[in-house]
Ligand binder design. Structure first.
Ligand code: UDP
Ligand code: MG
Length: 326
């Protein structure tokens, strides 16, 4: 049996016209090298997923896919977000690829880790994580918030692979398992470790974004973090319960204290304590309700079973079908 296997590299792109040339160049070089080393089939593909970009991203993908055999693309009907775009790409690519690698379009993830991932796959790993061995190129803010986030997730009992993002290789089997998780609120970093099978890690240095700016403004980062937490853990609900008991306990102590004061005939000047408790409790209640609201919102969006992405055009599948006919 030949150990040639078909590899697809899925690249989510949102307004990435500035980086596409370079990304295509570097990824193509890697794919060609792997083909010439007889590791992957000549039908292996790069799958750019256009996540509803407003710039020339799709026309460029379309152009490259005509120019280069290895380039293909999937166009989503609108912006579904990074995770949705990844899933769309994995869905198309895993139909007939033996392994799928996901990588960001901005070349922050070192493409030279790809051959290493392939080697791990050939050694039998079904999920290979790309793990950064430095985060120097991220801003201090991003670094600290990310670290805090991983710590907090760990505290909540959700075990993520530290310093690994959405740069990884998955075997076809692992992709199928991933796709069988039907949740709408996608947090792939949390789901992938749940797939199981044999895993491996490949270390790389994370670089600066090649061009353009981050498509993850603070607003999206916060949404991502909240999604991650509430999709995987009900510890926040339990914390509220604990907080509630604690506050009831404290107010009981206060009650006893003021009762004792009253018996001793001290004049109780109740205004400040009253105001403080009203405000403190009001705040606690609001926070609690908002946490519960997060979960109710999750249930709301899960029960609707809405599509997680909508493909407008799938050059990848068109190309593969064409190749299969030959
Ligand atoms: N991305 C996407 N849809 C979005 C936002 C981002 O497909 O709504 C893609 C983006 O094009 C890039 C990847 O997700 O390939 C990661 O985004 P970015 O590099 O901006 O995030 P950062 O590295 O700053 O966390
Ligand atoms: Mg980036």
């Amino acid at each position: 049996m030949s150990d040639l296997f078909k590899l697809s590299i899925v690249v989510p792109c949102y307004n990435e016209e500035e980086v596409l040339h370079e990304t295509t160049k570097e990824l193509t070089a890697i794919v060609q090298e792997l083909i010439s080393k007889n590791k992957i089939t000549a039908t292996s593909k790069i799958v750019f997923v256009d996540d509803g970009s407003k710039d020339k991203t799709w026309p460029l993908i379309d152009e490259f896919s005509k120019k280069y055999e290895v380039v293909s693309g999937v166009k989503l009907s609108r912006n579904f977000g990074h995770q949705g775009a990844l899933l769309a790409g994995v869905t198309s690519a895993s139909k007939d690829s033996d392994a799928v690698i996901t990588i960001d379009a901005d070349l922050q993830d070192d493409v030279n880790a790809i051959p290493k991932m392939v080697d791990e796959y050939l050694k039998g790993a079904e999920v290979v994580y790309g793990v950064r061995n430095n985060r120097d190129t991220d801003t201090a803010f991003k670094r600290n918030t990310a670290e805090l986030f991983y710590k907090f997730m760990g505290f909540l009992g959700v075990h993520l692979v530290p310093d690994s993002a959405d740069y990884r290789l998955m075997s076809q089997r692992a992709c199928k398992v991933l796709l069988s998780y039907r949740e709408r609120n996608l947090f792939l970093r949390g789901i992938v470790p749940m797939i199981g099978f044999k895993t491996a890690k490949v270390y790389y240095a994370r670089k600066e974004r090649f061009a353009g700016e981050s498509k993850y403004p603070l607003r999206k980062m916060i949404k991502f973090a909240v999604d991650g937490i509430t999709s995987f853990s009900i510890v926040p609900i339990k914390l509220i319960m604990g907080l509630g008991f604690f506050i009831v306990f404290v107010s009981l102590l206060l009650l006893i204290y003021s009762f004792v004061q009253k018996i001793n005939g001290n004049v109780v000047n109740g205004w400040s304590s009253l105001m403080i408790s009203i405000w403190a409790l009001g705040g606690v209640q609001l926070i609690s309700i908002s946490v519960i609201g997060e979960y109710v919102g999750k249930i709301f969006s899960e029960v609707k079973q809405r599509p997680r992405f909508t493909i407008e055009k799938d050059i990848y599948t068109e190309k593969t079908e064409e190749e299969n006919k030959r």
